[in-house]
Design a protein around this ligand. Structure first.
Ligand code: ATP
Ligand code: MG
Length: 396
């Protein structure tokens, strides 16, 4: 079967100096990885990538692959045309009926004439193509500023036509900025935190602390579902499920009630650090935002930071809940996050949590809890679920 062509625009990568090749190579790899098992071939020409993808790959799958891959600012299904105006108009007539144009409204023609030897200038080509649109859809109106539909014609070594470019994720390709470990709970925040770091180029795995039977199997299923939703943005991920019931119970029975959440967070940091080191992650990523809950005050966060030597990144720290919720809706995690199954923090939460811990005091209390062997055991019993770059669970 023939291949279909997609034109892909790179964003921030094009500003990279000496490292640009590395970023582009990774981006190409990230895209191809998502389109497996379909054949794809990605070439580059002046700030554009051209992906030739097997005709057998469903359009929806290609759209999902490209719209979730960071480093892409926009993409469109493109068609090559012969390099003269009649051939260009013919191709336009052929593709417009399968675009958004038949629904009517306003349009513009955008012509990019890279190849200055082409005998007509951009304006002349645009007028010819506008005529073609009017022939097919006489009721449409030109609107250069805010059109409903755009037909773009790029005249380079070859000629490419495309309509209604879709927006991409922007940012940088994941796996260009080192590895991190995301603390993924069932809430709204942490999936968004992971998505944000992946958009800055981080490659992430995730860890979930499960306190069965205090938290149900459904809570775990929910976190797995969230992992599968964010997986395409992260280029796939492993989810480490840490059984932490013994740790929670130990903290409840032997610690000070008002410090329970802080102790749990300290234990999470130490456990996460162990897992992070085993997967060469250099940072721990959380969904905390300043003052959102008792354990997210400056004092509390400064305490949890002190429990690990790894960098702790909190990409949502300055965002309010509404902004975070908007992002969760955008990436499609919101509906799953608001399902009711409680996560373990809630079950073991103290009624009056300590909001301004004195670091030295709570550190000492944490040491007194002597959780070393419980953490060892939790790490030993940790199970892994893997999700591929399109979000499918991999059954090994
Ligand atoms: P979220 O909406 O992400 O659940 P939250 O507002 O409920 O966050 P907390 O429960 O205090 O806040 O958790 C803060 C962060 O700690 C979470 O964003 C997540 O990164 C991490 N976290 C909390 N509980 C767990 C858990 N059971 N497993 C893994 N990480 C967790
Ligand atoms: Mg939570």
């Amino acid at each position: 079967m023939a291949d279909k062509l997609y034109l892909i625009k790179e964003g921030e990568i094009s500003l990279k100096g000496g490292n640009r090749n590395l970023f582009e190579k990774q981006l190409r790899h990230n895209i191809k990885n998502k389109l497996r098992p379909y054949h794809s071939d990605i070439t580059k020409q002046k700030g554009r990538l051209y992906a030739r993808i097997s005709e057998e790959a469903p359009d929806e799958l290609v759209r999902k692959a490209l719209s979730t891959t960071s480093g892409i600012t926009g993409f469109a299904r493109a068609y090559s045309a012969g390099k003269d105006i009649e051939a260009i108009k013919e191709k336009a007539k052929e593709i417009l009926p399968f675009s958004g144009f038949p629904s009517g409204g306003t349009f513009r023609i955008t012509v990019k004439r890279e190849d200055k030897s082409f005998p007509m200038n951009s304006h002349e080509v645009a007028c010819e193509l506008a005529d073609t649109v009017f022939q097919l859809y006489p009721d449409m109106i030109v609107d250069l500023k805010n059109p409903d539909h755009t037909l773009t014609c790029e005249i380079r070594t070859g000629v490419y036509l495309y309509t209604d470019e879709e927006k991409g994720e922007s940012g940088l390709p994941y796996a260009t900025a080192g590895r991190g470990l995301l603390l993924l709970s069932g809430g709204i925040d942490s999936p968004v935190a992971g998505w944000m770091m992946a958009k800055r180029g981080m490659k992430l795995d995730a860890v979930y602390f499960h306190a069965y039977p205090y938290t149900s199997e459904l809570a775990l299923e929910k976190v797995k579902k969230l992992a599968s939703i964010i997986a395409p943005y992260l280029g796939g991920l492993r989810l480490f499920v840490v059984p932490f019931t013994d740790g929670q119970v130990h903290i409840r029975d032997h610690g000070y009630e008002e410090e329970a959440t802080l102790m749990f967070r300290a234990a999470m940091m130490q456990t996460a650090e162990r897992i992070a080191k085993s997967c060469e992650a250099k940072a721990i990523v959380t969904g905390e935002a300043l003052s959102q809950v008792a354990s997210q005050t400056l004092d509390a966060m400064s305490f949890t930071d002190s429990m690990t030597e790894l960098l702790v990144l909190r990409p949502l720290v300055g965002m309010d809940k509404e902004e975070i919720t908007d992002k969760a809706r955008k990436i499609g995690s919101y509906e799953t996050s608001i399902l009711p199954y409680e996560d373990c923090c809630v079950v073991f939460s103290p009624k009056h949590p300590l909001t301004h811990p004195v670091k030295e005091v709570v550190r000492k209390h944490f040491e007194e809890l002597d959780m070393g062997s419980i953490i060892d055991e939790a790490v030993r019993k940790t199970e892994v679920c893997s999700f591929d770059p399109m979000g499918r669970e991999i059954n090994e």
